[in-house]
Design a protein around this ligand. Structure first.
Ligand code: AMP
Ligand code: MG
Length: 401
């Protein structure tokens, strides 16, 4: 009896706890997930200031144009004008400088002409023109960033703005990746027999987990020998998440699932009603999450995206850690003979005139990793569905949810 996808995802997420938090210095916050709400410490702008280089004036003096005003001083960013601006006067001002008392508009320099001690203003400006008002963007104490937000470059800027030198973030999950198989060779190693292949999986997983903000440990390849696998499985609790590939199917040399059971891991699921990646296994040992992903590269990638990723996001405190489903209009008919399992087909979605469309890769089999070239989503073909027709709405899961 195969476990349905949702049931597997829920039983998995139930067993995932958020990691503890830690403080990092601002410039190391990139890619991490905020574990605290961030509030503005000051109004923004913090004071009324000039949006332009030019002259600051009393707007009522510009009712008759051209106006001739006496220049009584200068104020630039980081300095203050000590006096008060009177009618008939102007002050030279630069972008970011505080608006002097009495002034209520800024005339950009291109509408002015300096004549000795006077400035000639050639266009009228209303009260408030070219002034950035105190607090118009945000008020002191207002929430800027919510806990659970992934920190991009923009957020780093906002953290600096909020005067956060140290930031509370969730710890990075410590993830180990490992591939099993007598036939697989690391990139760079010679291929000695026609039956040998390149190991893609441990590298794909290493990179995917890094992309999701994890501290990843590449453990390489081990052979299909129970002793070597058992030795490795003894150490899974050194990590928050341990991912293996290969050896979870029904083959004679598939030892991973047998050993996991024999060694007393809590096996939460093994074999799902999904295609590809049917033999995927999830178990727990102490606090460590253990994923036994199948060896076929597409199965491995897909199982990572639809099962491991939600767990990694939840551990890091991301609120929206479940895969997000969108609707798109299918561009070509799709059919399949066996409709027992839910299939996740590599596909590409695009937007045109406000509508989403979806086309799928013709390479639907689980050993065809090039089906990911150009793909940006999975198209979901539900259990019992043999055919999808061009023009009909289908569910898709974008890769970057
Ligand atoms: P398994 O799940 O061990 O039965 O492997 C299923 C298929 O995936 C076989 O064709 C393997 O050769 C292939 N495979 C297993 N591990 C890897 C790997 N690390 N990289 C690429 N292909 C693999
Ligand atoms: Mg194998």
């Amino acid at each position: 009896m195969l476990t349905p996808y949702e049931e597997a995802l829920e039983s998995l997420l139930e067993r995932v706890d958020r990691l503890p938090t830690e403080k990092v210095i601002l410039w190391d916050a990139i890619g991490r997930v905020l574990a605290e709400d961030i509030f503005a410490d000051r109004d923004s702008p913090a004071f009324d200031n000039s949006a332009m280089d030019g002259y600051t004036v009393v707007s009522q003096d510009l009712e008759e144009i051209p106006a001739k005003l006496k220049v009584v001083g200068e104020v630039s960013a980081g300095s203050e004008f000590s006096g008060c601006l009177e009618r008939g006067q102007a002050i030279r001002i630069f972008t970011g400088a505080p608006i002097p008392v009495g002034a209520n508009a800024v005339v950009p320099v291109e509408y002015t002409k300096l004549e000795g001690e006077y400035v000639l203003i050639e266009r009228s400006f209303k009260e408030g023109a070219n002034i950035r008002r105190r607090g118009e963007e945000i008020k002191a104490g207002e929430l800027i960033l919510k806990r659970g937000t992934r920190i991009r470059g923009y957020e780093v800027g906002l953290l600096a703005f909020a005067n956060k030198v140290f930031v509370e973030v969730y710890q990075k999950p410590r993830v180990a990746v490992l591939s099993t198989g007598d036939e697989i060779k690391e990139p760079g190693e010679p291929i000695e027999k026609p039956s040998q292949i390149r190991s893609t999986n441990n590298h794909l997983l290493y990179a995917r987990a890094r992309e999701l903000g994890c501290e990843v440990h590449q453990l390489g390849i081990i052979r299909d020998e129970p002793e070597s696998i058992e030795e490795v499985l003894q150490r899974v609790e050194d990590y928050d998440v341990f991912i293996t590939t290969g050896g979870v199917s029904a083959g004679e040399k598939d030892f991973v699932h047998k050993l996991v059971k024999d060694m007393g891991f809590e096996v939460v699921f093994h074999k799902l009603r999904i295609k590809p990646a049917k033999p995927v296994l999830f178990a727990k040992r102490g606090r460590t999450l253990f994923f036994g992903l199948p060896g076929n590269p597409v199965s491995c990638a897909m199982a990572f995206d639809m099962l491991v990723k939600p767990a990694l996001l939840k551990m890091q405190g991301v609120e929206e850690h479940r895969p997000k489903f969108l609707k798109a209009e299918l561009l070509r008919d799709f059919s399949r003979r066996d409709a027992e399992r839910r299939e996740f087909v590599r596909a590409k979605y695009m937007e045109k005139d406000g509508r989403l469309f979806c086309d799928y890769s013709p390479k639907t089999q689980s050993h065809m990793l090039t089906s990911y070239v150009d793909a940006n989503c999975y198209m979901v073909v539900y259990e019992g569905v043999h055919e999808l027709k061009a023009g009909q709405q289908v569910d898709i899961v974008p890769f970057d949810w």
